[in-house]
Design a protein around this ligand. Structure first.
Ligand code: PGA
Length: 254
């Protein structure tokens, strides 16, 4: 796992946007996995404003709330359209998002895995981490080898998404599994804020455990985690990660 520590949220988004743009430049037909949540908003803002062409990029997404159609304001499809896809002028055939308004969840999950395979696998998967260590909607206890499937959300996750004074739109989701995520050729996780510092410490420097699904990233051959100072504040080897990054830069690798 490569750890980059940036000054603040804006610098995290700037760096992550450079990683994505570089990947698209290298492979215009990149298969890009998108994430939903507060954290990627600044990254998507930068991608929408960039001059990079996303016309040939193929898009998948990590997860979607069950029972919620793509037009629903709280659906992850809606979030991704509004924050990114509507602005990139990508042909609709290149957008394959998990939908929540499906009748047969198991079939939808199976079809999704097949679609990823047909696209040649995900080249770059954007990720966030939940306060409880989830990646996508793989809640604590999820099998680290799991595939796309329906999942019941934890109270902590529901609290994270709950709008003040409103009931959550769904207690269930369809989500890529940990195994599906681990099959991506590269992972790009972005994390910001003091509130995430404890879980960051656990998944980067703690044991690999299904209790903290994000810890499975320790097994990935090409996972880049970009943190701001606040999110990195509890890391034991924080200075070392910075030292590694500055030495790479000196060696002309970055
Ligand atoms: P957040 O969500 O970006 O809104 O913090 C991340 C996640 O729960 O995976």
């Amino acid at each position: 796992m490569e750890i980059l520590i940036e000054r603040d949220y804006d610098a995290v988004c700037e760096r992550a946007s450079a990683v994505v743009r570089e990947a698209v430049k290298k492979k215009p037909s990149l298969v890009l996995g998108l994430a939903t949540g507060k954290t990627p908003v600044g990254l998507y803002e930068r991608l929408r404003k960039s001059t990079t062409s996303f016309k040939a990029v193929r898009f998948f997404n990590l997860d979607e709330l069950y029972g919620v159609g793509p037009e629903h304001e709280e659906s992850f499809n809606h979030f991704l359209r509004v924050n990114l896809l509507d602005h990139l002028k990508v042909p609709e055939k290149n957008v394959k998002l998990l939908r929540g308004d499906v009748k047969d969840l198991d079939k939808a999950a199976e079809d999704y895995e097949k679609a990823i395979k047909k696209a040649g696998g995900i080249d770059l998967q954007i990720l966030g981490v939940g306060n409880n260590g989830h990646i996508a909607f793989n809640e604590p206890g999820s099998s680290l080898g799991s595939r796309t499937r329906p999942k019941t959300l934890t109270d902590e996750t529901l609290a994270q998404y709950r709008k003040p004074g409103k009931e959550p739109v769904s207690n269930f989701a369809l989500t890529m599994g940990c195994g599906t995520i681990m099959d991506a050729r590269r992972l790009l996780m972005i994390v910001s804020g003091e509130g995430k510092s404890a879980v960051v410490r656990e998944f980067i420097e703690g044991p690999v455990t299904a209790e903290i699904p994000a810890s499975v990233l320790q097994f990935h051959p090409s996972a880049l985690v970009i943190l701001d100072e606040a999110a990195a504040s509890k890391l034991k080897r924080r200075d070392y990660y910075k030292w590694v990054a500055s030495n790479k830069w000196r060696a002309g690798q970055k």
